[in-house]
Ligand binder design. Structure first.
Ligand SMILES: C[S@@+](CC[C@H](N)C(=O)[O-])C[C@H]1O[C@@H](n2cnc3c(N)ncnc32)[C@H](O)[C@@H]1O
Length: 310
């Protein structure tokens, strides 16, 4: 239940983030015992590069504390969508924070929003929708893979988010989102291999006037098909975006301080060099890196105008 509200202490059953370093971050369930491969109950001991953690020792500990491992230490943190994306069990390809920030912004997601999503996949994006729409909004998320549907619903319930989301088992390209949602959604998000087939159904569930849609496409050909379908079904303001993250490289550079006496003295070529600049100043500089994180996908966004304008 550790996602729903800020908490002081780790309770049994919480999902807890074990933070060792920037690149060693894990999600663990705070239960004293787990089942082994033979189905027997054994003590829950979590192994890390800095040694083992007896998970029973963190129950009752304050979130944010430093805890001892057998060969070092780590911090125990309350999970949030950003940390969950870094640590969640991958059942599919997932979306990451840079694209997700743009999706939330472009779809104008806010408390109270009614959102329709497909596919649910590993629920990475869904956790951000759930944080943004609570306490009055609702997420209807669809996937045609039955096991993923069950796992996602169990995860949302376990995270204390069950009352804000329903995971529905359906092929949305074939069967749409269901008549009961017609005209109800503020936003639709698609992360599907053939999203163009879901666009006629998306046009039905979006609220008349102002409903926003966004579709993630790994390649430009797919986003081209999405643009054509959006146009055909009356969407306007169609924009294709790519989010590329550039990390600033911050370095300290040493630069010699200009010595005017020295410059003057060196004016004539025949002058013999007798002085050298002595003082060197250190500056913190920032520059673009030589390489960049690669392409993830294109975000095609559009809006549904009022019925009379379509
Ligand atoms: C790439 S994953 C989505 C990942 C998700 N955005 C996340 O951040 O975790 C795509 C999902 O779409 C589902 N899917 C593909 N085609 C579908 C369809 N026609 N109807 C419903 N779900 C579909 C797949 O089963 C898969 O789980």
């Amino acid at each position: 239940m550790s996602f729903a509200e800020p908490k002081a202490l780790i309770a049994e059953g919480d999902t807890v983030i074990l933070y060792l370093t920037v690149t060693s971050v894990y999600a663990i369930e705070a239960v004293p015992q787990i089942k082994n491969k033979k189905g027997e109950l054994i003590e829950h001991v979590f192994q890390t590069n800095f040694g083992a953690l007896k998970v029973k020792d963190i129950i009752g500990v304050q979130y944010g504390s430093k805890v001892e491992l057998s060969k070092g230490w780590a911090h125990v943190l309350q999970p949030n969508p950003e940390l969950w994306t870094q640590t969640l069990p991958h059942r599919t390809q997932i979306l990451y924070t840079p694209d997700i920030s743009m999706i939330l912004y472009q779809l104008e997601i806010k408390p109270g929003s009614i959102v329709v999503e497909s596919g649910t996949g590993s629920g990475s994006l869904s956790h951000y929708f759930l944080r943004a729409i609570r306490p009055h909004g609702f997420l209807h998320t669809f996937d045609f893979h039955e096991e993923r549907v069950q796992k996602a619903q169990d995860e949302f319930n376990g995270h204390g988010l069950g009352e804000y989301v329903k995971v529905i088992h359906r092929d949305v390209c074939e069967n749409g989102f269901g008549e009961e949602l017609n005209g109800k959604a503020d936003a639709v998000f698609l992360d599907l291999p053939a999203p163009q087939l879901a666009i006629p159904h998306a046009a039905k569930v979006l609220k008349d006037a102002g409903g926003r849609i966004c579709s993630f496409s790994p390649c430009i050909e797919q986003s081209g098909r999405v643009c054509e379908a959006l146009e055909q079904y009356g969407f306007v303001d169609i924009v294709n975006l790519e989010v590329l993250q550039i990390e600033d490289v911050v370095r300290t550079k040493s630069i010699p301080v200009m010595d005017l006496e020295f410059v003057k003295y060196k004016k004539n070529e025949s002058d013999k060099e007798t002085k050298t600049p002595k003082e060197v100043k250190k500056y913190i500089t920032s520059s673009a890196p030589t390489t960049m994180a690669g392409h993830t996908g294109y975000l095609t966004v559009a809006e549904l105008p009022p019925l009379f304008a379509r």
